[in-house]
Design a protein around this ligand. Structure first.
Ligand code: FAD
Ligand code: N01
Length: 570
């Protein structure tokens, strides 16, 4: 490194750089970005911390890890031959199966030759004079590229809370999002697990079956819907494949980008018995689609509580000990933290070897050599699992030292919460393209579908730049402000912003309480298309001969002057 592949941004007289694009990450987003850019004749280098492709599915190898969007949908649609040839074996694919799929994609499109594994991007700096990014990696190398594409994921920056004594534990420790490749055998072991989010809910039943004792430390209980996972009937798969385009089109029309129907009636438009029958039917058949039972579940607390109470009644029915059932019963608005989909989660608490420990009132005081302390009580075990989630959405970006115009750091800019235009760009950072960024539907949708839409939009924008001889593209401050206001306005009309969750950064101490994803996949796509139809309204472009001069944003009026100059360049 760098490779001897000198590129000029857009092929003109700008300074040479190593690649047209650097891509950070080799999960669903990074792999498709590479494939797409290559198909446009562009050169790209992917950097990936892991030793293989797969992203989420490379790292989250804990027992029970699987998707909760059905396999036939949780897959790429950009290549019909690919979606026709791949055979999913279960309704919800396991982590190993999804990882096999992503390896198949990497091989099928010969992607590995442009990926550097075991390499972390540590910094990315925009060189204003050259109009290009310099990307630094943890092996001390630097490469330059016209475009920097952040395919670094929404849920890839692990969160390990800063517990007192965290390094003193003498036994084995694991984080669900950094699980070892070799199988972990819990037989004969006493295990402690911190957290009861989706990851914990998937692995607890399986670990409980193996371990001698399992202590679950719960701060907030979660709503979980049974998966009723099963082998995929080949006839069903065949029928889907006969009209895959139809399935994808139906999914794109739904707010979540997932093909489940959303009830047209409001909760109180129907009699209580009919309402419960609707919930029961959804509970038995729909997984996460349970949340589509009525049109207003996210609109009012009263409507939402009918669904929440239905789930609480299921917990009471399942869990024998009423005190444990009560502890497991959530009381926040259902759906406003990520709803889980499980196999035998609540029933696991009927086992003699499982103990639920409430740490909501008295938090975990410290990790000790032999376990942990809650108040005066010591819990002893020999394996500790952190199922404590992620610094979601912004973490993967702000953990890299990204610097744009005037040397301004992205982490600094986003201190008060992320600011973007459509989630794909942020003012002051030309040619920085974000996939599934804050301000896009990402985590509130079938992420594979959202990722593909973002990759295609970004690639089209780069194509437009090349056709028109533009060296740089950047979101304007005005358009970004308007988008952030719109994202908030949409969210404020729902219950999402009234609930503490990682969507709003509440799981990370000191993180600005800002609701990050955009609600509504179809509306989002419409907005993206409108921007293009209006000649990339809200984006400013710089021609090659007009590479950005060094501007100091801290001086009053400089930002506006730069925006005006960028506009003139169009
Ligand atoms: P990732 O898969 O997270 O890949 C990002 C990659 O970037 C990682 O491999 C990471 O190592 C790399 N990276 C990050 N920073 C750097 C750096 N500085 N330098 C180099 N490399 C870097 N979504 C759904 O829609 N449906 C589901 O059912 C679903 N199930 C999930 C289950 C689990 C256990 C988890 C954790 C998430 C799940 N998600 C699901 C969300 C999932 O993250 C996305 O669906 C999707 O896999 C994200 O792909 P990605 O390529 O954007 O990011
Ligand atoms: O993480 P989480 P996750 N003391 O943040 C607790 C996707 N995913 O890895 O809720 C004690 O949900 C924390 O408590 P609280 C999905 O998008 C999907 O499980 O903050 N506890 C919580 O219980 C998901 O949402 C699947 O009060 C502490 C837990 O740790 C996302 O990934 C499967 C604590 C973290 O839960 C993240 O899920 C897995 C502390 N100091 C993941 N700090 C599918 O099924 C944190 N906690 C598709």
């Amino acid at each position: 490194m760098p490779d001897p592949q000198s590129k000029r941004p857009g092929g003109t007289d700008a300074p040479a750089c190593d690649f047209d694009a650097v891509i950070v990450g080799a999960g669903f987003a990074g792999l498709y970005s590479l494939r797409r850019l290559r198909s446009m004749g562009l050169s790209a280098r992917v950097f990936e911390i892991g030793s293989g492709v797969g992203g989420t599915w490379f790292w989250n190898r804990y027992p029970g890890a699987r998707c909760d969007v059905e396999s036939m949908e949780y897959s790429y649609q950009f290549d019909d031959a690919l979606q026709q040839e791949w055979e999913w074996t279960e309704r919800y694919a396991t982590q190993p199966e999804i990882l096999r799929y992503l390896n198949h994609v990497a091989d099928r499109f010969d992607l590995r030759r442009d990926i550097r594994f075991d390499t972390r991007v540590t910094a990315a700096t925009f060189d204003e004079a050259a109009g290009q990014w310099t990307v630094e990696t943890d092996d001390g190398a630097r490469v330059t590229a016209t475009h920097c594409i952040m395919a670094s994921g929404c849920l890839s920056a692990r969160n390990i809370p800063d517990f007192k004594g965290i390094d003193s534990f003498a036994g084995a420790t694991y984080h669900t999002g950094d699980w070892p490749e070799e199988e972990v055998d819990f037989s004969g072991r006493r295990v402690g697990i911190i957290g009861t989010g989706s990851s914990a809910i998937q692995c607890i039943p399986l670990i409980a079956e193996q371990a001698d004792r399992l202590f679950v430390f719960q701060r907030t209980p979660n709503y979980s819907i049974p998966a009723f996972n099963a082998p995929l009937d080949p006839e069903v798969q065949k029928a889907v494949k006969a009209d895959y385009a139809g399935l994808r089109a139906r999914a794109r029309r739904n707010r979540s980008g997932i093909d489940f129907t959303v009830g047209e009636s409001g909760v109180f438009d129907v009699a209580p018995e009919e309402r419960d029958a609707v919930y029961e039917e959804r509970w038995q058949t729909c997984g996460i689609g349970f949340l589509g039972a009525f049109s207003d579940l996210f609109a009012t607390a009263e409507a939402n509580d009918t669904a929440a109470e239905f789930v609480r009644s299921k917990i009471r029915e399942t869990v024998h000990d009423p005190a444990v059932a009560e502890l497991l019963s959530p009381h926040y608005h259902i759906g406003c933290k990520r709803t889980c989909v499980d196999t035998d989660y609540y029933a696991t608490y009927n086992r003699d070897n499982v103990t639920l420990v409430d740490v909501s009132e008295t938090p975990i005081g410290e990790i000790t050599r032999s376990g942990l302390k809650v108040g005066e009580r010591d819990y002893e075990f020999d394996t500790l699992i952190f199922a404590t989630g992620f610094d979601a959405m912004t973490g993967p970006l702000t953990r890299i030292d990204i610097r744009g115009i005037g040397g301004r750091s992205l982490a600094e800019k986003w201190k008060g919460g992320p600011r973007s235009l459509l989630g794909v760009a942020t003012a002051g950072f030309p040619n920085l393209h974000i996939i599934a960024g804050p301000g896009s539907p990402s985590v509130l949708s079938n992420m594979v579908q959202s990722i593909e839409q973002n990759v295609e939009w970004i690639a089209d924008c780069i194509g437009y730049m090349r056709e028109n001889g533009f060296a740089c593209v950047e979101a304007t401050v005005e358009a970004e402000d308007a988008w952030v206001a719109h994202v908030n306005e949409v969210a404020d009309a729902t219950l999402y912003t009234k609930t503490k969750s990682w969507y709003i950064g509440s799981n990370i101490p000191g993180k600005a309480p800002v609701f990050m994803p955009y609600i509504g996949f179809p509306d989002y796509v419409r907005k993206c298309d409108e921007v293009v139809a209006k000649g990339y309204a809200g984006f400013a472009f710089v021609e090659h001969s007009d590479a950005p001069e060094v501007l100091d944003d801290s001086k009053p009026g400089r930002e506006a002057a730069r925006t005006a100059r960028l506009r003139r360049a169009r």
